[in-house]
Design a binder for this molecule. Structure first.
Ligand code: BTN
Length: 259
């Protein structure tokens, strides 16, 4: 990882205040939680040995191939608005990736509720958010992001549903360049977090989920149920119709498309 380049491009008064790099680390999110890091600090590692995914799954990433980092950012948001940081981060990530590989043919990048990025239907990036200072006006977010960039092989349990950018476009991509683009985009559009309706409109456009049949997994009890997606509302809630005819709205959970 070219730290000089990253510091040069990203550490300035409108962006990051500090970059902390480790050749190897268990998890950038865990490191960020265990150390009292300031606003706008980025923790990044070339080899995350015990990365954490949503639902406490392992986020596997082969050494030196991918981006695994956590950004510490404070936002002035109410409790009920916390999930917009998810939507903002995933939208920026999706948009940046689309732009970066727009010249390649037969590539479709889309968003999968609540915060995954898919490339031709397979997952290439995920976000894990940790929030603290919940009683304060300014809440502290640890935005953990994993992007599969140049990884070639995936273990048999995920090979049919995960991929990397380089696997799909047959070309290695610079990790530094991708990270620089993401951070630049993230900081240049921060006022978007205050235009939630606009943000959700764009998010929904990139998500293509209306009418899709899914298996829905609840966060609370890990149970799965089949449903059809009715709508993704401007408040980030996903409306689904279940097999028993009930329509309910959820703000967290996981969907898996049934093809
Ligand atoms: C998901 O399950 O989709 C979320 C994956 C988030 C992985 C990233 S990699 C950097 C950061 N550190 C972690 O331990 N997890 C997040």
């Amino acid at each position: 990882m070219d730290l000089n380049l990253l510091n040069d491009k990203l550490v300035n008064k409108n962006s990051l205040s500090k970059i902390i790099y480790f050749e190897k680390l268990d998890s950038t999110n865990v490191y960020a939680k265990q150390n009292n890091l300031d606003d706008n600090t980025l923790v990044i590692t070339s080899y995350q040995a015990n990365g954490i995914g949503r639902f406490n799954r392992l986020w596997k990433s082969t050494p030196h191939d991918n981006l695994t980092f956590s950004l510490i950012k404070y936002f002035r948001l109410g409790i009920e608005e916390i999930h917009f940081v998810n939507f903002y981060s995933s939208y920026i990530l999706c948009n940046m990736l689309k732009f970066e590989i727009s010249h390649y043919k037969n590539i479709e990048i889309s968003l999968k509720w609540p915060n995954d990025i898919l490339l031709n239907g397979k997952k290439i990036a995920g976000i894990l958010l940790d929030v603290s200072h919940l009683k304060k006006d300014y809440k502290k977010f640890i935005i953990g992001i994993g992007i599969n960039v140049n990884q070639k092989d995936f273990s048999s349990d995920i090979m049919h549903k995960a991929t990397s950018l380089s696997n799909e476009i047959d070309f290695e991509i610079s990790l530094e360049q991708l990270l620089i683009r993401f951070i630049e985009n993230f900081y240049s559009r921060l006022n978007f977090i205050d235009s939630k309706e606009e943000l959700m409109k764009l998010w929904i456009l990139d998500s293509h989920i209306k009418g899709k049949k899914v298996n829905f997994k609840k966060v609370e009890d890990d149970t799965e149920q089949e449903a059809v997606i009715m709508n993704l509302d401007n408040d980030g809630g996903l409306q689904m119709k279940f097999n028993n005819g009930n329509i309910s709205k959820f703000y967290s959970g996981e969907i898996n498309f049934i093809s």
